[in-house]
Design a protein around this ligand. Structure first.
Ligand SMILES: Cn1c(SCC(=O)Nc2ccccc2)nc2c(=O)[nH]c(N)nc21
Length: 277
């Protein structure tokens, strides 16, 4: 199945890699805005060279305990970076935001995808997404970043996450988001225990059967640390394993820090899938 992202049409029946470009203050040495933008563009350039189809630009850290960021601060961080990457690189720029204003600004600066970890639940977000005409990724989060990891509980996590996502789909489609411009994401690590995360990973084909392409993000996350005992900087092998499983299960977009290694893993999966006789 194919989807158009700001003019770029992609075949979502294969797995694409999305590189992460954080523009939160703690993600760059304390340079000025120019350095930050320049560094972000260089990082994106390297990711494209390594095979990324998307780069995800986000100005709000969702780490537990992270300080909330004002809309203006988010705009100041994200806008110059989205503009510079969209202008200089042949890549789909995804804007990682829950803010209606940032969605609009990002779209006007060349973004090709809205990636909202709050599934357009903020005031005006659905309307803004409809007006941009861009594809939208709807992600599940239980609670809020500050408290979501304190004893998360579900009756049946796969069923509960699927029900939430399909409710958001209903709201978005009735507001005018075209059904063929929606991606769904179970939100690994957003209000889930390790057990919940791995139940969701095991059930990705079921999620796919909801009828929408999937986007997933497990790269270097705590769920991988919990099963390997590795620190964030030592989670590349586990991240590649998670990406490989995702590709095998038919995920369309895989959001990672380590593009080069993930692209290689996806190529191995695709070689096997196309060699079938
Ligand atoms: C913006 N965003 C994020 S940020 C959280 C993160 O990377 N934490 C993290 C990263 C590294 C180590 C520990 C935690 N995760 C997703 C996701 O899973 N799906 C979609 N669609 N968007 C996402």
């Amino acid at each position: 199945m194919r989807m158009k992202f700001a003019g770029r049409e992609l075949d979502l029946s294969r797995s694409h890699v999305m590189g992460i470009v954080n523009v939160t203050p703690d993600s760059f040495s304390d340079g000025g805005q120019y350095n930050t933008t320049e560094l972000a563009v260089q990082r994106a350039r390297q990711m494209v060279a390594d095979g990324a189809t998307f780069v995800d630009v986000g100005g709000e850290s969702t780490r537990p305990g992270a300080a909330p960021v004002s809309e203006q601060e988010e705009l100041d961080r994200v806008s110059p970076v989205v503009e510079a990457i969209a202008r200089q690189l042949d890549v789909v720029v995804s804007v990682d935001t829950s803010s209606a204003a940032v969605m609009r600004e990002g779209a006007s600066l060349g973004a090709g995808l809205i990636n909202d970890v709050r599934a357009l639940q903020r005031e005006g977000a659905v309307e803004a997404a409809v007006e941009t005409g861009l594809p939208v990724c709807l992600m599940h989060m239980k609670g809020a970043p500050g408290t979501m990891q304190e004893r998360p509980e579900y009756r049946h996590v796969v069923r509960d996450v699927a029900a939430f996502l399909m409710d958001r789909v209903r709201v978005c489609e009735s507001a005018g988001v075209p059904a063929d411009q929606i991606l769904l994401d179970p939100g690994f690590g957003f209000g889930k225990s390790a057990e919940h995360n791995f139940q969701l990973l095991a059930a990705l084909e079921q999620m796919r059967m909801l009828g929408y392409p999937l986007l997933v993000g497990m790269s270097r996350k705590t769920m991988l640390g919990q099963v390997t005992g590795r620190e964030v900087s030592e989670r590349l092998p586990a991240s590649v394993a998670a990406a490989t499983i995702s590709a095998l299960k038919g995920v369309s977009v895989i959001r990672v820090h380590d593009v080069r290694e993930t692209v290689d893993a996806v190529r191995v999966v695709e070689a096997m899938q196309s060699a079938a006789y």
